[in-house]
Ligand binder design. Structure first.
Ligand code: FPP
Length: 235
């Protein structure tokens, strides 16, 4: 594909949105959109790897998504379990390490076991980190970190120290966030980590998202000037 190799984001985060609308436009049940969305996940992993992106994180299921109709929740969970069960060998082949971020303690045991097996099986992979946010919300992550800090009785907390209590402390903050389907919101995704992230919104629905859309997001990212709140010296 692809853009300029000199300024490739280290971490790309994606809010995969529009599966339901994709299905609806075809007169299909929403779950067909999620199934198609899982195929996009595969495509996007390959594009990210080809571009030497080191961290790819995907918002798959939020703590609020449990309020969707029961059949849809079950369908998404089955898709995730099926994905882990069938794709782990191919992730290993592609040298991709699978990790999950989100609240684990109230997840059904079968799902949690499958997630942990996937993480364990790919632990040695060093090519790219694939982070799937499941039962995740940014506010919950911050609250969970604060709880752990309180449990440990710490009082002298700096930003650096706080970071260590997030779900994946070693995960670098996203350089680029992509949201599909035309919605322009953060929707409780990585509230701490997105502080200085460049945002890219596209009208493309997640099941249709492909190489061209990804390239467009990378070009756009490369054209941005990141200042992190500073005044640049040559200005
Ligand atoms: C948002 O579309 C999508 C989701 C809430 C589910 C995402 C899940 C997958 C793509 C399944 C597979 C995931 C992995 C990691 C293998 P929406 O339903 O909110 O769409 P809408 O806004 O058009 O209704």
């Amino acid at each position: 594909m692809i853009p300029n190799l000199y300024k490739i984001p280290k971490h790309v985060a994606i809010i995969m949105d529009g599966n339901g609308r994709w299905a609806k436009r075809r007169g299909l049940p929403r779950v067909f959109g999620h199934r198609e969305g899982a195929k996009t996940v595969e495509r996007v992993i390959d594009i990210a790897r080809d571009n030497k992106i080191q961290w790819l994180s995907l918002f798959a299921f939020s703590t609020e998504n449990w309020n969707r109709p029961k059949e849809e929740v079950e369908a998404i969970m089955s898709l995730l379990v099926e994905y882990i069960n069938t794709k782990v060998p191919s992730l290993i082949e592609r040298n991709v390490r699978l990790r999950f971020m989100g609240r684990r303690y109230n997840l059904p045991e079968m799902i949690l076991n499958t997630m942990e097996e996937g993480e364990k099986a790919t632990e040695h992979c060093t090519g790219m980190n694939l982070v799937v946010a499941l039962n995740y919300s940014g506010k919950a992550e911050i609250v969970d970190a604060a709880r752990k800090i309180a449990e440990e009785g710490k009082t002298d907390i700096t930003e650096e120290e706080f970071r260590k209590y997030l779900y994946i402390p070693e995960m670098p903050e996203p350089d680029l966030l992509i949201r599909t389907s035309g919605e322009k919101r953060i929707s409780n995704f990585m509230l701490w980590e997105l502080a200085y992230t460049e945002l890219f919104f596209t009208e493309t629905l997640w099941p249709d998202f492909g190489e061209e859309d990804f390239a467009q997001a990378l070009y756009e990212y490369q054209s941005r000037e990141r200042r992190f709140g500073r005044v640049l010296e040559n200005k």
